[in-house]
Design a binder for this molecule. Structure first.
Ligand SMILES: Cc1cc2nc3c(=O)[nH]c(=O)nc-3n(C[C@H](O)[C@H](O)[C@H](O)COP(=O)(O)OP(=O)(O)OC[C@H]3O[C@@H](n4cnc5c(N)ncnc54)[C@H](O)[C@@H]3O)c2cc1C
Length: 378
């Protein structure tokens, strides 16, 4: 298994990297943030993603997409991370697309063309508490008419205030804490009974607290099987977790490169500070940690693309490892930038904020280290 990019994948990177560096560098995030943009992201940019084919990377060829894999999606996500680009790519074109592959023909026909065209944004309504715990789902889905009635609350629904559709985990059986009895639903955000409160997170992204007050959906809103939503939910989460890991490679890598650049140009005591061995040792340690993270992410991407049964274990290991490495990169970045690292004018602090949010998204390092331990029989 090659732990590097193929020629085709390198070509994709050569398209994505300059496109995002030109059209959505960190300044783009600052403009949206400082203008208190109500959407929190640019729909024009999302359209451009579609025109370049990025939104169809994981959509099967039979559904009009490119039928590529998580390595390719990860290339886009790493550049999104490097530029701190606000985008619905991770939730819509990665996590939701992988979940919709398990959906019925109607759901696929309804959503894949709109995702391919850059017209649809899909948000994930999974978490109910302060921390990511998908099995703790308590939200009720009671049988009603030809479908179900949803009642409950979700939070940390990224882009939930502007999404066209919400993928919602709810309980048709069992009780909170159990994997069995969860069903996954595709619910239009404008459905009667949905109300949304918007929160601005530490990284300036916008996230919603969504209340479902007896929201009626048809039976064909079910993604996968009733009571057995843990399957498609796990696929959705694996795609999202690995995607967030790839994005963290970009966030950590971007912070690291910026820091190394600073060490090579900041003079103190008549010398470049990068000439001091104490900082060189810290830089070398950081570089090694980021390379370790990169290796495990690409390994997990290949396993997920190959449908290998070890994929879930490696995805958890990748999220745990990138969480630690990216956090080290942003902390060392702020430290080594000295006083200016504390200021808003310098980008390094924005990387630290994005790291904080991405680490929590889809489960933090502790959550995933715990899963790795359990999957290994501890
Ligand atoms: C609002 C604010 C409040 C602060 N309050 C305090 C405070 O209460 N107490 C306090 O101690 N500091 C405080 N600082 C930090 C302090 O002012 C400087 O930021 C810090 O001393 C780094 O100096 P510098 O900014 O010139 O960074 P630079 O000289 O550019 O150094 C960059 C990095 O290299 C490191 N470095 C430089 N030379 C060496 C060397 N020879 N060996 C190893 N590492 C080296 C620095 O520590 C830093 O991590 C504060 C900063 C801010 C912005």
């Amino acid at each position: 298994m090659a732990l590097y990019l193929s020629d085709d994948q390198a070509m994709l990177k050569d398209t994505v990297a300059p496109f995002l560096a030109e059209n959505a560098p960190v300044k783009h995030l600052r403009t949206l943030r400082d203008g208190k943009d109500a959407a929190g992201l640019s729909r024009d940019l999302w359209k451009q993603f579609a025109e370049l084919g990025f939104t169809g990377i994981l959509v099967p060829e039979a559904d009009g997409g490119l039928g590529l894999g998580h390595v390719e999606a990860g290339i886009v996500l790493e550049e999104i991370g490097r530029n701190l680009t606000p985008s619905p790519f991770l939730t819509t074109a990665v996590a939701a697309v992988d979940a919709l592959k398990a959906g019925g023909a109607d759901l696929r026909a309804q959503w894949f063309p709109r995702i391919l065209a850059g017209d649809a944004i899909i948000a994930l309504a999974i978490d109910e508490g302060a921390k990511h715990r998908p099995a703790s789902t308590a939200m009720a889905a009671e049988r009603s008419g030809n479908g179900f009635k949803l009642s409950g609350k979700k939070q940390f629904v990224l882009n939930g205030h502007i999404a066209d559709m919400l993928l919602v985990s709810a309980r048709t059986g069992g009780s909170a804490g159990e994997e069995a009895g969860i069903t996954l639903f595709a619910v239009p955000r404008t459905a009667v009974g949905i109300s949304v409160d918007v929160d601005r997170l530490v990284d300036s992204s916008l996230s919603a607290r969504v209340t479902f007050d007896g929201v009626q959906v048809d039976a064909d809103a079910v993604v996968g099987e009733i009571d057995a939503g843990w399957g498609p939910l796990t696929r959705l989460l694996d795609a999202g977790r690995l995607g967030a890991s790839a994005e963290m490679l970009g966030v950590g890598g971007g912070a690291m490169d910026m820091t190394f650049g600073y060490l090579k140009q900041r003079k103190q005591f008549g010398r470049l500070i990068g000439e001091f061995q104490s900082l060189q040792h810290r830089a070398a340690h950081l570089y090694g940690e980021m390379e370790g993270a990169r290796s495990i992410v690409i390994k997990a991407q290949h396993l997920l693309d190959d449908g290998d049964p070890r994929a879930e274990l490696f995805v958890a290991a990748a999220k745990a490892k990138t969480g630690k490495s990216c956090n080290l990169a942003v902390r060392e970045g702020v430290q080594m930038h000295g006083g200016i690292g504390m200021t808003d004018e310098y980008d390094i602090g924005l990387y630290m904020k994005r790291d904080r949010a991405l680490n929590e998204f889809f489960g933090d390092s502790y959550f995933h280290a715990d899963r790795v331990a359990r999957m290994n029989g501890y």
